[in-house]
Design a protein around this ligand. Structure first.
Ligand code: 0X9
Ligand code: ZN
Length: 310
């Protein structure tokens, strides 16, 4: 199998980032947006097509939750797919000619590293949070997808350090959250589409996550994910459910999507990739390619529709 059909330890992902930037100097810029709690660099890859003034941008983050290995695998696969198919494939060419694409392959490198540690298996492998701690805390780790400043630590998040959905000591208390929010604020106005990639369950979700209330653009967002789900069904036969996060799954506060949406980013989506629970977080490498193709279909369908509108 190719590099893109396997999971990789964190060090290999850093090497891949380096090599990719070296191989495609005209298309890829590496941006250091901050450091993790354990001081690991957080790199964003900026993909650019041919220059055009006043480009809008797409943001894609992967690996906010450590154990969801298909997520970083998708970001890596997507970058590679974009670079080898630019000027070959119409969809990716249209996207890169109209939008810059910022890709954060691993938002939670400390947690990801932890899931690769051999001792205490399988407990490490199922780690979700980051790895921050302080002396006044009983347990390690904050759920980064509960740490954003969007109805922070209300429903669907807990103020208990040992919880899997611990919200942290304050909004944006974690360096990983700070890096992402600072970067997005610095590019505010240019980022028009926000995607965050999780697993598993096969869901295409949009705001809100913190309330059952619908945003004014609910129907427009629903049309986009509906079309994406239909195209995935045609491609692989797999069913992706879609809808507003809180309605389709559960209410959760402090998530990245609600924060991004409240910042004024109009098109905000959270994808839960394969599968529907047979393997769950332990999706075998043989399914990486299909899972990534499905996520690509969703990204392309939505992004091209948004480009058409503007
Ligand atoms: O709970 C989360 O953070 C996400 N699911 S996961 O299993 N990957 O942890 C869900 C994010 C979308 N928000 C809601 N469904 N509320
Ligand atoms: Zn997740």
């Amino acid at each position: 199998s190719s590099f893109y059909e396997r999971y990789h330890p964190l060090e290999e992902i850093y090497e891949w980032i380096n090599l990719t930037a070296q191989t495609y100097p005209d298309r890829v810029e590496t941006i250091l947006i901050g450091k993790s709690f354990e001081q690991r660099p957080l790199y964003v890859l900026k993909l650019t097509g041919d220059k055009k003034a006043d480009k809008k941008a797409i943001w894609i983050d992967c690996g906010i939750h450590a154990r969801e290995w298909i997520s970083p695998a998708f970001c890596i696969w997507f970058v590679h797919h974009s670079l080898i198919n630019y000027k070959q494939d119409g969809n990716i060419t249209d996207i890169l000619d109209n939008m810059d694409v910022y890709v954060l392959p691993v938002m939670n490198p400390d947690g990801y590293k932890f899931t690769w540690l051999p001792m205490h298996l399988p407990w490490n492998r199922m780690w979700r949070k980051n790895r921050s701690y302080s002396e006044d805390r009983l347990c390690v780790g904050v759920d980064l997808n509960r740490n954003f400043d969007a109805n922070w630590c209300t429903e669907g998040a807990l103020n208990n350090t040992c919880s899997q959905i611990y919200c942290g000591s304050s909004p944006h208390s974690e360096p990983e959250t700070q890096a992402v929010t600072d970067f997005l604020r610095s590019r505010n106005g240019s980022v028009q589409i926000y995607y965050t990639i999780h697993s598993y369950s096969q869901l295409l979700l949009f705001p809100y996550a913190h309330t059952l209330e619908k945003p004014p653009t609910h129907d427009e967002l629903n049309e986009l994910v509906k079309e994406a789900a239909e195209r995935i069904k045609t491609f692989s036969g797999n069913t992706y459910e879609y809808g507003a996060s809180a309605t389709r799954t559960y209410v959760a506060s402090g998530g990245s999507t609600d924060w991004a949406f409240n910042q004024g980013i109009k098109y905000v989506f959270s994808f839960e990739l394969q599968d529907q629970g047979d393997y769950g977080f332990l999706l075998p490498p043989s399914l990486i390619s299909q899972a990534c193709q499905e996520a690509l279909i969703a990204v392309e369908t939505i992004s091209l529709r948004v480009i058409e509108k503007s």
